[in-house]
Design a protein around this ligand. Structure first.
Ligand code: ATP
Ligand code: MG
Length: 239
């Protein structure tokens, strides 16, 4: 089987711009079914833009993004096709309770019993959220909001989970917990595309890693090969 035929997500020579600002300049790589891949890079490298393009929230100006061999388009929306995003800055619904945030994550589903079951699963992963079930999203701590954003995303039962800097601003102990859960979610069969500035942490859990610099793929390889590349780590990933 070729690499292309086994790809779940394929990014092929993708360009994207904001007016005159070229954010992505010919990005290509793929994510295979069931793997953890990560995209690393400094501020402004184009990481969030790439995730927005996958969700069709930003337009690509050239190239192609395919999921399960079909181009991703606004209709049917990527969320309906099995892609969920945990956005930069979490963006939980601040005026909805924890419970209603979780239900919002399941808006594409009609299986009431399955949704109820998955809410229980989420509460088993994050007991803290169960304790705060009726609290407004906006009243949670940063770490709790990250747990809620991740839980809301998995409530859609995605085949591919996109995570934009889940460790940002969190205490190391919460970061470890979030990364453990990402691994657990992946072990149940969900592919993960993780955007991170915490390079060492991300490289330690991913199979495939891509380094973006100013909208260009500067390097890619296995997590362990990039982790062993001190020159690359210090040049692009803050040492
Ligand atoms: N809405 C926007 N309008 C104009 N320019 C934008 C917009 N969003 C991003 N950019 C620009 O596009 C480039 C890529 O931004 P992007 O947010 O994708 O980077 P990033 O790698 O996610 O950075 P960070 O690590 O800081 O989150 C940057 O130069 C940024 O200034
Ligand atoms: Mg970003």
């Amino acid at each position: 089987m070729s690499a292309a035929s086994s790809a779940l997500l394929e990014i092929d020579n993708v360009y994207a711009s904001y007016g005159g600002i070229k954010a992505l300049k010919g990005v290509s790589f793929s994510v295979r079914e069931g793997e953890i891949a990560c995209v690393l890079g400094a501020n402004g490298a184009g990481k969030s833009t790439l995730l927005k393009c996958i969700m069709c929230a930003e337009k690509i100006t050239a190239g192609r993004i395919s999921f399960c061999g079909m181009p991703l388009t606004r209709r049917p929306h990527p969320a309906v096709r099995g892609i969920a995003l945990v956005p930069e800055g979490r963006q939980v619904f601040t005026h909805l309770t924890v419970y209603d945030n979780l239900l919002a994550g399941a808006y594409c589903r009609r299986d009431k019993a399955g949704i109820k079951n998955d809410i229980e699963k989420v509460f088993a992963l994050f007991p803290r959220l169960k304790e705060r079930i009726n609290q407004y999203g906006g009243h949670l701590s940063g770490g709790e909001q990250q747990m809620l954003a991740l839980s809301r995303a998995i409530m859609s039962r995605p085949r591919l989970l996109l995570l934009d800097e889940p460790s940002l601003g969190l205490a190391p102990i919460i970061v470890d917990q979030i990364f453990d859960i990402i691994r657990e979610i992946n072990a149940e069969g969900t592919a993960v595309l993780l955007v991170e500035q915490n390079a060492r942490k991300a490289l330690s859990i991913c199979v495939h890693a891509v380094v973006l610099a100013s909208g260009i793929v500067e390097a890619q390889g296995t997590g362990s090969s990039l982790l062993a590349d001190d020159t690359l780590l210090s040049a692009y990933l803050g040492g």
